[in-house]
Design a protein around this ligand. Structure first.
Ligand code: SF4
Ligand code: SF4
Length: 234
């Protein structure tokens, strides 16, 4: 199950590197680098196939921290009145990913991080990636940001992230979906920390292996990890 995802990660890495080299030759800038982590408090959507890759790499201690984080994600999902509040609270209250080393700013499971962590790149400085950056801007600063984004190659014209590097990861999503369909006859998608926790649950995975969506949902529910915002099985 994890092999097609690992191969797709490797292929994405090669494609992204080649694209970035051409982009930089033409004067484009990528502000991401080691120790930069302002994006590590964003919500992350994954497939269960990707979550398995991360789950297999975790120590018991890391898995416990991921589960504690997943429970905060669930609390947010149950109480946030809409998507915007969900995202804002995720960044500010649920907080940084437990796999982040706050001292070095590095990802402690870099080789097993999910697609979203691989394909998020910024064409403007990291201060624009911080939680609340847009909300803190004055009207004039927002106008300046819009102009800067519009004239920066590689953006979609609205946000400062590098759109082609995100689009290049589509084959990873497709490989994950295909692998899940082939192996289980169904797919599971949702929040990164919730799915990584469930990927280590033998009962949940046994239900998936039988193609038993209802049973898998019940196991997740019994663990307090089932909510439509963060888990989709079918
Ligand atoms: S996306 Fe933003 S916060 Fe994340 S590594 Fe790149 S510049 Fe830093
Ligand atoms: S898995 Fe790594 S890169 Fe992704 S959010 Fe967590 S610490 Fe950041």
């Amino acid at each position: 199950m994890t092999e097609p995802v690992r191969r797709a990660y490797a292929a994405y890495g090669r494609r992204a590197q080649a694209w970035t080299a051409r982009y930089q030759e033409r004067g484009g800038r990528v502000y991401c680098g080691a120790g930069c982590f302002a994006c590590c408090n964003m919500p992350i959507r994954v497939s269960l196939a990707e979550a398995l890759v991360t789950a297999q790499a975790l120590t018991e201690g890391e898995a416990a921290r991921v589960e504690a984080h997943a429970r905060r994600v669930l609390h947010n999902a149950r109480t946030a009145p809409n998507d915007d509040v969900y995202v804002e609270r995720h960044r500010v209250e649920v907080g940084f990913c437990p796999l982040l080393d706050r001292e070095s700013g590095g990802c402690t499971r870099y080789d097993a991080r999910p697609t979203r962590c691989r394909d998020t790149f910024s064409a403007l400085p990291a201060r624009y990636c911080e939680a609340g950056a847009w909300e803190r801007m004055t009207r004039r600063e927002r106008e300046s940001y819009r102009r800067e984004v519009a004239r920066t190659p590689g953006t979609d014209g609205e946000l400062h992230f590098i759109a082609p590097l995100e689009h290049l990861s589509e084959p990873v999503w497709e490989a994950a979906a295909k692998a899940m369909r082939a192996e289980w006859g169904l797919e599971a998608w949702g929040d990164f920390w919730v799915l990584t926790t469930l990927a280590r649950d033998g009962k949940f995975m046994a239900c998936m292996a039988r193609g038993d969506a209802r049973g898998a949902w019940q196991v997740a529910g019994a663990r307090g990890l089932a909510h439509r915002t963060v888990l989709e099985i079918g």
